[in-house]
Design a protein around this ligand. Structure first.
Ligand SMILES: C[S@@+](CC[C@H](N)C(=O)[O-])C[C@H]1O[C@@H](n2cnc3c(N)ncnc32)[C@H](O)[C@@H]1O
Length: 405
């Protein structure tokens, strides 16, 4: 399931030594303001982005079980936890298979034990739920958010899940003596109708890079049908972020650069390009020191108005490179505003979450501090599997395509 290992980083030898001229285009990054809490959060400010704006260039000391700088050679020994391929992120089996997976408690344990995630939702619910509120929890899983909403004082909570985990939620509602307030319904969110309108819809619909899993497709119709006039959404806003990465471990040890090394005297180097074209995206922890520039928002979703087709778009981002290095990939993540005071940031400079980050390799090229790196992007739904996301990134005339699953 999870693999922990210590690896020596391979220096970026062999990377092209040419300085690449970057083509600057007349349009700039999307006009999106960073998501920060509106008000100072109460107790654990450490888990909101106000206290942790991304810092690039200087490595912020982070103590975490996920990434740890070793004592022997602080620069080159990195411990990572890597999700085995297919372990948590393959949706090729279709809709029913997807819900079968969510019937499995192991997946829910993984989400609930993600403290940054679950604590952030708990704090946000405590902040925004009002005594007269009628709340809908879309994709309730174990019922955790529905029960937290009830404990935060909601008058009534309806909790919906298509997977058999709904039965578990019913049991937990009884175990916690919340059955007078929380009702669990098993079914597709888009199909259910309620005799009431909701003051608050809470939904942890976020897959990796936010959009993987495609839950937005069902959340939007449920919201349009059931949210009361002036009702609130949690999360209320979601931003997708992207940053250029120089990480020799990810590229040369775990990525296409591996093939540069001879295998028992045999030349495998032709496979670097082949593997690159396979468009592999990995869900793993990217160290903040790997970023060549601060992340920039690819898109901003207002959850009260967003429609299922809105995320699929193209655009261009311009990054201000802060240090010399070799661009060898990109790192994506999302930031979700849960309430005025709570922002869940899954970026590299924030506490670890089970989403980690999304890493995609890119053919290496030298960049210098002060460069403006212009990156075109196209983000689309996979034509065959709607829960997967296709991402294309272009630097100069080089376009790479990836499938996020
Ligand atoms: C990411 S989990 C979140 C579970 C829980 N809310 C939590 O925070 O631990 C998403 C849940 O939504 C459910 N789900 C996904 N799409 C759904 C849909 N269209 N209708 C109902 N449930 C759905 C899945 O079965 C899964 O249990």
């Amino acid at each position: 399931m999870l693999e922990v290992y210590a690896v020596p980083a391979v220096p970026a030898a062999g990377a092209p030594a040419t300085v690449v001229l970057l083509v600057l285009v007349p349009w700039g990054p999307l006009p999106v303001a960073p998501l920060v809490p509106h008000a100072a959060p109460s107790s654990s400010a450490a888990e909101t982005s106000a206290a942790r704006a991304p810092s690039v260039g200087s490595v912020r000391a982070r103590v975490s079980p996920w990434t740890e700088v070793g004592a022997r050679s602080p620069k080159f020994i990195v411990r990572r936890i890597v999700f085995a391929p297919g372990e948590i992120n393959t949706y090729g089996g279709g809709v029913e298979w997807y819900f079968q997976r969510y019937g499995d408690l192991e997946l829910h344990r993984r989400m609930i034990s993600d403290r940054a995630r679950t604590d952030a939702f708990a704090r946000a619910l405590a902040e925004v739920v009002r005594p007269a509120d009628v709340v809908l929890d879309v994709g309730t899983g174990t019922g955790v958010l529905a029960m937290l909403a009830a404990k935060a004082g909601a008058k009534q909570v309806h909790a919906v899940d298509r997977a058999d985990i709904a039965e578990v939620a019913r049991r937990l509602v009884r175990d916690n003596r919340l059955q007078k307030k929380v009702q669990v319904h098993q079914g597709m969110a888009a199909d259910l109708t309620f005799p009431v309108k909701f003051d608050l819809i809470v939904s942890e619909w976020l897959g990796h890079f936010a959009l993987v899993e495609g839950m937005l497709d069902d959340l939007c119709p449920a919201r349009d049908r059931s949210l009361a006039e002036g009702g609130r959404m949690m999360p209320s806003e979601v931003q997708l972020m992207l940053a250029p990465v120089d990480d020799p471990v990810l590229y040369h040890r775990d990525g296409p650069g591996y093939w540069r090394e001879p295998v028992h005297g045999l030349d495998f180097s032709g496979l670097e390009d082949v593997e690159m074209k396979q468009g592999r995206a990995a869900q793993l922890r990217v160290d903040v020191s790997s970023l060549l520039a601060p992340g920039r928002p690819l898109m901003h979703l207002d959850m009260t108005t967003v429609q299922p087709a809105d995320p699929w778009r193209k655009g261009r981002l311009v990054f201000d490179v802060v240090r010399d290095g070799v661009l060898s990939g990109f790192c994506g993540w999302f930031v979700a505003r849960l309430s005025p005071g709570v922002v869940l940031d899954t970026g590299p400079s924030h506490p670890d979450t089970h989403w980690a980050q999304t890493y995609v390799p890119f053919p290496p090229r030298v960049v210098r501090a002060g460069d403006r790196l212009s990156v075109g992007f196209v983000i689309d739904r996979d034509a065959r599997e709607r829960r997967q996301v296709q991402l294309a990134l272009t630097v100069e005339r080089k376009t790479m395509r990836y499938v996020l699953e």
